[in-house]
Structures are given as structure tokens and as C-alpha cells.
Design a protein. Structure first.
Length: 123
């Protein structure tokens, strides 16, 4: 009977250790946020600043494209084609900037560096 109690205690201790490890991971940080509301506010502040940065980059790209298109239309008299083309180019540039800032697309320097390394590997 004593052996069964020892094995039950060992199994329980192992389960508790696994639970502690899971709580220390990414999922556990959400549980810790509920226990400590100040920690959640600190992390949310960083998230809000990142969201503002990404949205301002997106809006700025579209505005710059629109202003350039309007300027070309005013200079060349090609209304509304310059505005349409440059709005589309501004939108594409804005999406690319947001993806780079979010980390979905590598920066130019990183891509060039990796390309140079790949060329050096070829015989």
C-alpha cells in the first residue's frame, strides 16, 4: 500500500511540474496577466504603439501616392489617370512597408546579404 502511495505522489509531482512549465510558457503569461493587471497594461501599451505605427505607415503611403498622383495630373493634365496610378502604387508601397515593419518580409539589407551568401556558395 505504501508503494502505491509513493507512485501516486511521484505521478502527482510530475503532473504539477508539467503544469508549472506550461504556466511559465506563452499561454501562462495570459493567466499571469489576469493575476497582475498592471502587467497586462504594460504589454498592451506596447501593442497599441505597434498598431499606431503600422496604421500610420499604411495611411502615409496612400496619402503620398495620392498627392504625387494629383501633382502629376496638375502638371501634365492627365486627370484622373495619374491619381489612379499613383494611388495604386501608394497602396502597394504601404502594404509592403507594413509587412516589413511587422516582420513578414525581410528588410532590403537582409535580402541582399542572404543573396550574396547564396551566390558565394555556388561553384
Amino acid at each position: 500500500m505504501a508503494e502505491k502511495d509513493d507512485s501516486d505522489d511521484k505521478a502527482l509531482n510530475e503532473r504539477l511540474e508539467k503544469l508549472r512549465n506550461r504556466l511559465d510558457g506563452p499561454e501562462g503569461s495570459r493567466l499571469a496577466d489576469k493575476a497582475d493587471p498592471n502587467r497586462a497594461v504594460k504589454r498592451t501599451g506596447g501593442d497599441i504603439s505597434k498598431a499606431l505605427k503600422l496604421s500610420s505607415e499604411f495611411i502615409a503611403g496612400i496619402i503620398v501616392g495620392g498627392v504625387l498622383g494629383y501633382g502629376f495630373d496638375a502638371l501634365l493634365g492627365t486627370s484622373p489617370w495619374g491619381l489612379i496610378v499613383f494611388l495604386l502604387l501608394g497602396f502597394a508601397a504601404a502594404v509592403l512597408n507594413v509587412m516589413r515593419a511587422a516582420g513578414f518580409v525581410a528588410q532590403n539589407e537582409v535580402r541582399l546579404k542572404n543573396g550574396e551568401q547564396d551566390k558565394n556558395k555556388l561553384p
